[in-house]
Design a protein. Structure first.
Length: 70
């Protein structure tokens, strides 16, 4: 399970946003849940692997990457 989050801002047509939110409500899911699933599926479709942030095995490599980028 992902413990950390980051914000992704997406600009879409207001009517499309309203329709999307209504569909999500009908399906008893949040728009964020649907977008996260779409992103996971898209990454998997293209063979991109990742370790969710907050996973115990990801803690150390992430810290090293940040330290080397500065």
């Amino acid at each position: 399970m992902e413990l950390k989050t980051a914000r992704l801002t997406v600009l879409i047509d207001p009517a499309k946003k309203t329709a999307f939110e209504a569909l999500c409500a009908q399906q008893d899911v949040t728009p964020s849940q649907v977008v996260r699933r779409l992103i996971r599926d898209h990454l998997a479709q293209h063979g991109v692997t990742f370790t969710p942030s907050g996973a115990p095995e990801a803690a150390e490599p992430t810290a090293k990457k940040r330290a080397t980028r500065r």
